[in-house]
Every structure is written in structure tokens, then in C-alpha cells.
Design a protein around this ligand. Structure first.
Ligand SMILES: Cc1ncc(COP(=O)(O)O)c(C=O)c1O
Length: 389
């Protein structure tokens, strides 16, 4: 019998945060407009299996069994330095990189290292709820900044902050891309007002309409940007691999924090991923995904137009979904539940907003895990549910 009064002994109520419940059986739904999940028809599982086998081989005994607390897999770091970062315009040395358990772990470490109850941080509203929660746990003063169609307006920043957490290339959840002049202005302000920028570049590979804008980090001349990357969206979220790119003093702290919190992401996964990347499977898959997503995007957009549903945000370079605005009287949480009964999955937008009364009529509609032929009927069902609401 449990006799502990948990409400007294628990000092910080971590579970009180507004997080989004994941639906694990989403593949059972015929119309899954699910965000951030791999499509089994697009993922190259056969090559992944071969890479996993290779990473289990005899000559890989060290990467499989070693403690990588104070170093990461050199093969993985090498690929990130030579291939992944240059695509974002970033030049970095291996010492400036730390492999993390996804972007979430990287963002959390940044919060832990930079913030406490005497410091303050700004972030996007609407924005990624995972960042909001990280900041809440640090106890810092928090300033949500209203975003517009170009992302976070630099003039909206409060005067004295220590850190800004931001998703400039693919704003979460609206998917908009911050123009270059804003990026330069943010960096200028960071220098002038002496704050750091944590850049969450969680999804950049899906550019099929135009090239993605260079990362903020690539424009950073004085080491103010802490860059966070991830393989969750381009490979799969269950992989749990991401990375931080930052100046060495920061990486030293992050590595020390990683050592006390989880030591390191498994060497076996790092090596398997390194093989998948280095043998060209990753690039081939991304290329295929871009072609398929492009087609799905066109179909989704045309179906949304026919259904009179307003696209409130879309990435100019491509991306994997839309931010949709339903008529004002609609609560998309209720809509979600009704649609789920009818085989359609959407993601309600309210958890992305900060504040007591938040807009409830937005939702995220991703085409990354639904086949093209199902999109029109899925959107027709959404249209019908909106009409009958
Ligand atoms: C904007 C944003 N940042 C970070 C993350 C965390 O990504 P990861 O799976 O790499 O931890 C997510 C996950 O959905 C996200 O949407």
C-alpha cells in the first residue's frame, strides 16, 4: 500500500505542463494527417537493417560497447560536419558539436545551462510547447512574443533577456520562414543587448519548392547562436538523435551536463546512423521524400482550397504540413475527436499557444504520413465535420 503523500513530497510539478498526447496507433486510421511520423512507404528499412547489421559487426565492437561520455561517434560527427551543417551554411569543428538524445534533449540542456530564476528568456507564441515547458522548469522569467506571418518580429522582444528560443527556418507550428533581414536584425540585437539565441532547426531537409534559407547560425559572427539539429524528422523520431553546434565553452558545459544526466546516446545507434548517412541511403531517401511530399503538398493545398479551409501558415520552401485556421466558432479539440471517430487524424493547435484564453480554431495538418490518394477524401471529411459543427 502506497502511503506517501505525493502532493507534499513532489517539489516541482513537471506533469502539470500542457503537452500533447501522442497517438500511437495512428496507422490504424485511414486518414492520418499526422505530423512528424515516418511513412513506412518512404523509409528505406532494408538499408537501415543492413547498416544496423554492419554496426553490430566484430570490427565495430568498440562503438557498440564503449562508454562515449566524453566523445561521440567520430563517423557520425564527421558526417554532420562535412555534409549536414554545410547544407545549412554552417562551418563547425568537431569540438563544437555534441550529439544529443534528439532536439528536445539539446534544448533542455540549453535551458539548464543558460537559465535560472534570475534570468529571463523570450520565445515564440504560438510556439513549440516543448520549449515552453523547458523554460517553465528552469524557473526563469518568461516572455512569449507574438509571431506574425514572418515569424518572430525583432521589435517585439522585451528589452532585457538572457536567451531567445526560436525556430526561424520553419516556425513551429505555423511553418513560416523568417526573412533574411529579420535574421540579421535579431543577430544585431543579440549583440547590442547581449543575449544568446537558441536556434531550433528541427526540420530543414524538406525543401522542394525553393532552397531553405541559411540557418541563423551561419550568419552568426560572434558565437551567440546555439544551434540545435535533429534526425527525428528526416529519419525517425524513435531514433532519438540530435546535436548541438555551439562555441566550445558551451559544448564543454553541455557535455558535462549530458554526462550527469544520461552519459551519452547509445553508440550502436550513432554508428548505425553514421553508416546510413555515409553510404548515401539518407540522401537518396530525402530525395525521394521531397518528390513525394511535393506531390502530396499540391494535392493537399488544392483540396483545402476546395473545402474553403484557410491555410494560416505554410513553408515557402516546402515542409511537411500546413497550419490551418478553421472558422472562429470551432474548437479543434472537439473537431479532432469527432474526426477521429470518422477515421481522420488532425492535431489541434491550442497547446502551441501561451496564455489563459488561447485561440482554439487552429490545427496542424501534415501530409508526411498519408498517401496522396487518401488526401482528398480526408480533407472532404474535415470539410464536412466543419460544416456540421
Ligand atoms: C519544433 C520542435 N522542436 C524540437 C522537437 C524535438 O525533436 P526531437 O524528436 O529531435 O527531440 C520537436 C518535436 O516534435 C519540434 O516539433
Amino acid at each position: 500500500q502506497d502511503t506517501v503523500d505525493w502532493s507534499k513530497v513532489i517539489y516541482r510539478d513537471i506533469a502539470a505542463g500542457k503537452t500533447v498526447q501522442k497517438i500511437y496507433n495512428w496507422r490504424n486510421y485511414p486518414y492520418p494527417f499526422m505530423y512528424g511520423q515516418p511513412d513506412p512507404d518512404l523509409f528505406n528499412q532494408a538499408s537501415w537493417r543492413l547498416c544496423a547489421m554492419q554496426a553490430l559487426g566484430k570490427k565495430e565492437f568498440d562503438s557498440l560497447t564503449s562508454d562515449y561520455a566524453f566523445a561521440d561517434d567520430p563517423e557520425l560527427i564527421n558526417f554532420i560536419v562535412r555534409h549536414t551543417l554545410p547544407r545549412r551554411g554552417i562551418l563547425a569543428r568537431p569540438e563544437q558539436i555534441l550529439v544529443t538524445v534528439g532536439a528536445q534533449n539539446a534544448l533542455w540542456m540549453a535551458g539548464q545551462i543558460l537559465l535560472n530564476s534570475e534570468r529571463s528568456a523570450a520565445y515564440e507564441n504560438p510556439g513549440y510547447h516543448g520549449i515552453r515547458e523547458i523554460l517553465r522548469h528552469t524557473g526563469c522569467k518568461r516572455y512569449p512574443v507574438e509571431i506574425d506571418e514572418h515569424g518572430l518580429p525583432p521589435e517585439g522582444l522585451p528589452p532585457k533577456i538572457d536567451a531567445l528560443f526560436i525556430t526561424p527556418s520553419h516556425q513551429c507550428p505555423t511553418t513560416t520562414t523568417m526573412p533574411m533581414d529579420r535574421r540579421h536584425e535579431l543577430l544585431r540585437l543579440a549583440t547590442e543587448q547581449d543575449f544568446l539565441i537558441v536556434e531550433d532547426d528541427y526540420e530543414f531537409e524538406m525543401s522542394f519548392i525553393s532552397a531553405p534559407s541559411p540557418a541563423l547560425k551561419s550568419l552568426d559572427k560572434d558565437g551567440r547562436v546555439i544551434y540545435v539539429g535533429s534526425f527525428s524528422k528526416s529519419l525517425f523520431p524513435g531514433l532519438r538523435l540530435g546535436y548541438i553546434v555551439a562555441s566550445e565553452p558551451f559544448i564543454r558545459q553541455a557535455r558535462a551536463l549530458r554526462v550527469v544526466s544520461l552519459r551519452h546516446p547509445p553508440g550502436y545507434m550513432q554508428r548505425t546512423t553514421a553508416y546510413f548517412l555515409a553510404l548515401g541511403h539518407y540522401d537518396a531517401m530525402i530525395k525521394r521524400m521531397r518528390t513525394v511530399y511535393h506531390k502530396r503538398r499540391k494535392i493537399t493545398l488544392s483540396a483545402l482550397r476546395q473545402a474553403n479551409l484557410k491555410v494560416a501558415g505554410s513553408a515557402p520552401f516546402g515542409g511537411s504540413g500546413f497550419w490551418v485556421e478553421a472558422p472562429e466558432h470551432i474548437d479543434t479539440e472537439i473537431l479532432r475527436s469527432r474526426l477521429a471517430d470518422n477515421g481522420v487524424l488532425i492535431e489541434p493547435g491550442a497547446p502551441f499557444f501561451e496564455g489563459k484564453t488561447v485561440p482554439r480554431n487552429f490545427f496542424r495538418l501534415a501530409y508526411s504520413s498519408i498517401s496522396s490518394d487518401r488526401i482528398p477524401e480526408g480533407i472532404r471529411r474535415i470539410y464536412q465535420a466543419v460544416k456540421e459543427y
